[in-house]
Design a protein around this ligand. Sequence first.
Ligand code: DGP
Length: 113
Amino acid sequence: MADCLFCSIVAGDIPADVVLSTDTVVAFRDIEPQAPTHVLVIPKVHYENIGALGAEDPALAGHLADAARQVAEADGIGDAYRLVFNTGAGAGQSVFHVHGHVLGGRDLTWPPG
Ligand code: DGP
C-alpha cells in the first residue's frame, strides 16, 4: 500500500532488524523498544488492524500468532511474553498496518497503562 511505513519495510525500501521472515509474515525489532525483547510481527499483506485481519483472513491471523511464539522462543522468553495489538488511535495505534508487539525479558505489570 502506498505511503505505508510497514509496507515499505516489507518491500525492503526501509531497513529493519528482521528476525523472522516467512511467506506471509515478517518480524523485526521495534525502533523504540519498551522491553529487552520488543519485536513487531506483521503480515506482508496490508490490513489496517487486527480486527480487519481476523475478519478477512483468520488463518493469516493465526500465522501471526505463531510467528510471535517463534520470536519469543528464539529470544529465550517463550515461557513469558506479551502479544499486544493496539487497535485504533485511541488505544495507541500509530502505524495503521496491523502489527503485534512481542514484549518480554522484564517483569510486565497488569493492567497495562
Ligand atoms: P503502535 O503505536 O502500536 O502503532 O506501534 C508502532 C510501533 O512501531 C512503535 O512501537 C514504534 C515502531 N516503529 C515506528 N516506526 C518504525 C520504524 O521505522 N522501524 C521500526 N523498526 N519500528 C518502528
